[in-house]
Write a protein that binds this ligand. Structure first.
Ligand code: PEP
Ligand code: MN
Length: 475
């Protein structure tokens, strides 16, 4: 094995990939798109990238990725951009949810169907509450790369590279597993393909039937702990009976649109899956419909913002509590210079304690500039705490409070709270504290499964949907 580079993953000096020199650039361009600017990021500071251990494996993996079929079609990406434009105007609402980090092992039919089912259930409740279409989007079929605060992890005196997501290394705490292995990019591609295939089958083949989803939701409100949501559930029930009486075409409502999204963190992977669309002649990153830039990689003149400024996909940017109005304006100028409806989504994740204080200045500045972005709340990442027994967790009440704060701020400013970004799963895990049928920290010992951040479980996710729907109904 040849050691490629001593570049620490968090280094902002030359990117690892540019240290590989021209062979990489030519392979990356031979099968994938060749379009001006798509490789400019290679000359820019970049953080959170792997330090691959084997150059031959890296070259072969990128070469193969760059000729594999796209995972999504550019036409679907354009449809999503239109849907997001509607959300930015208050005519639709975005629901984006899924794992913090997907794993190869958990890409099973049961887990994927439970997650899709939960998102569909939440969407029905939110559609009723918002009285508008809900755009359904998974943090799924590609959410395999994770930014980390430290390059290393130490357990019982042993220090190994930190887990950076299944696309880079394994979660098991052994030197073999934690080595950065570029062939994992191929496994990530194929796992994304099979996940997306199942999602498409479910959402087109009858699983998304409104009547079925409604029945599942009845199961939720039958739990006495959720009695307080009964009246909203009854209203939805009446609405569906009303539709049936009017002769609504429920067969047509069996199919729903469902979009895939992930954090575009690993730029070698994203670059290799970028293709020129034959219809428009423009580059699309075909690894997913929607891609976002994380809080740790959104520096203006760095690689991630540059690369994503050059693809046609709708782009999200996470904004933490340190974001100024000017930061937001500069991101708009770089990522959405033409002020194109649906192009740019700001996903705010400020924490329940900060949102009411910090969000208004950012929204005001953006609004005053005339730009129309889509505002989405991520009530998860600003509310992470450690439980007394040592688990990374979040309190359901803090998550709810950030969502409330987000709505309050936008209502006060007359702007549009356009969506919800959640870390959630369809399974009965115990990772976040609280909820109407409360999870306590003792349950973590048996049912904490996340390899990264804590997710709302099935019931907590539905409860969140009922709470948000209640808030939207009042609006
Ligand atoms: C994430 O979405 O899992 C994440 C790392 O978020 P952020 O970039 O907002 O910290
Ligand atoms: Mn996370």
């Amino acid at each position: 094995m040849t050691e490629l580079s001593a570049n620490p993953a968090s280094s902002v000096t030359g990117p690892l990939t540019s240290s590989l020199g021209s062979p990489l650039t030519s392979t990356a361009q031979s099968g994938a798109a060749n379009y001006p600017g798509l490789d400019d990021w290679r000359q820019l500071p970049i953080s959170q990238q792997p330090t691959w251990t084997d150059r031959g494996v890296f070259d072969a993996s990128v070469k193969e990725l760059s000729v594999l079929p796209p995972l999504v079609f550019a036409g679907e990406v354009d449809i999503l951009r239109e849907r997001l434009a509607a959300a930015a105007q208050g005519k639709a609402f975005l629901l984006q949810g899924g794992d913090c980090a997907e794993t190869f092992e958990d890409a099973t039919a049961d887990k994927i169907s439970a997650r899709v089912r939960t998102i569909l259930q939440m969407a029905v409740v939110l559609t009723y509450g918002a009285a508008m279409p809900v755009i359904k989007m998974g943090r799924m079929a590609g959410q395999f790369a994770k930014p980390r605060s430290s390059n290393e992890e130490t357990r019982d005196g042993v220090t190994l590279p930190a887990y950076r997501g299944d696309i880079v290394n394994g979660y098991d705490f052994t030197p073999e597993s934690r080595a950065h292995d570029a062939s994992r990019m191929l496994k990530a591609y194929h796992t994304s393909a099979s996940t997306l295939n199942l999602i498409r089958a479910f959402t087109q083949g009858g699983f998304a039937d409104l009547r079925l989803v409604h029945l599942w939701n009845k199961g939720f409100t039958e739990n006495p702990a959720h009695a307080r949501y009964e009246s909203l559930a009854r209203d939805i029930d009446r609405a569906i009976k009303f539709m049936a009486s009017c002769g609504a075409d429920f067969e047509a409502l069996k199919r729903v649109e469902f979009f895939a999204s992930h954090e575009a963190l690993l730029l070698d992977y994203e670059r290799a899956l970028t293709r020129i669309d034959s219809r428009t002649g423009l580059p699309y990153d075909t690894s997913g419909h929607f891609l976002w830039i994380g809080e740790r990689t959104r520096e203006l003149d760095h690689a991630h913002v540059d690369f994503l400024s050059r693809v046609r996909n709708p782009i999200g940017v996470k904004l933490g509590p340190g974001t100024s109005g000017d930061d937001a304006l500069r991101l708009i100028d770089k990522l959405d210079p033409n002020r194109e409806p649906g192009r740019l989504t700001f996903i705010t994740r400020m924490g329940s304690k900060n949102i009411r204080e910090k969000l208004p200045a950012v929204v005001e500045k953006v609004t005053a500039s005339g730009a129309q972005v889509l505002w989405v709340t991520d009530p998860m990442h600003g509310n992470t705490v450690t439980s007394p027994n040592g688990y990374k967790t979040r309190n359901f009440d803090d998550v709810v409070d950030e969502v409330r704060g987000f709505f309050e701020v936008h209502h006060a400013l007359g702007t549009v709270p356009g969506g919800l970004h959640m870390e959630m799963t369809g399974d009965d895990v115990a990772e976040c504290l609280g909820g109407a049928d409360p999870i306590d920290q003792d349950a973590f010992l048996d049912r904490y499964e996340s390899v990264c951040d804590p997710r709302l479980n099935h019931m907590q996710s539905l409860e969140m949907a009922f709470l948000v729907a209640g808030a939207l109904t009042k609006r």
